[in-house]
Design a protein around this ligand. Sequence first.
Ligand code: PDD
Length: 298
Amino acid sequence: MGGVAASARPLVTRFVYVNGRYLPYSQAAVHAEDRGFQFADAVYEVCEVKGGRLVDETGHMQRLARSLAELRISEPMARGAWSRVLRETIRRNRVTDGIVYLQVSRGAGPRDFLFPPAEARPTVVCLARSVSQRRLEAAADAGIAVKTVPDPRWARCDIKTVMLLPASLAREAARAEGAREAWFVDADGFVTEGAASNAWIVDSAGRLITRAVDNRILRGVTRTTLIDVLKREAIELVERAFTVDEARTAREAFITSATNTVMPVVRIDGRPVGNGAPGILTQRLRSEFHASAELAES
Ligand code: PDD
């Protein structure tokens, strides 16, 4: 066996794509001097797989291309090749409902703060795993709790890097208080986004409010698709930052991400949002989401 300990949960990932090869999970490794490991010099994407279909592949691949360009990491393969890798990884892992994850680092080389020479090859990893739809739906039926924490992240959160230690620490702090997600709050008291999701509220007039995209948050692909739903349904959207107090007194609240689609938030820092149950509009948007998303054969 390789160096990866089997987790207590059932191990559903069977094969991992690493630099052109589909390796058994226990042997899926990258170099010790990979820049993703030493410098978090890597970007990633997570796409939902729903009913055997890849959700919003185009949006995710466009964002990947942007993240790579922002960091001047060369594109490791063309779109058609990506498409084949994603599908083959999903197939080999027999995923019908779950996620496919891909990561690209700048590559491996002797540790140096400066970039390696231009010919250095990016490291590419792709893995897929099933996600229990029963558990996800149970969470959506009950709604989730969030905990607010100060946002300590850098000023380029618009790039989807693997620099996820603040998110990991925030999620741990949330879990310690029985919350499933953390909401980062900026120095002025405004919610930026979730540890791994975008944050939304519904005000007393039924308007949706979510922070406008800038360098402080990630432009969620789920967020973009949901905005299409809102346009179609003529639901008013206000793209502006909201405070924690506003969120606490909002009629409804929810998060969006590829791993949750639209997930109701029913408690913030231990206090109920609205009547403490998933909001009507939130539930409606959750049920309508996939009708607006791009669903491609996987
Ligand atoms: N995270 N904001 C942050 C900081 C995120 O990490 C994510 C997604 C989002 C939502 O983006 P999207 O709708 O494209 O998934 C917003 C993924 C799911 C993760 O890290 O697992």
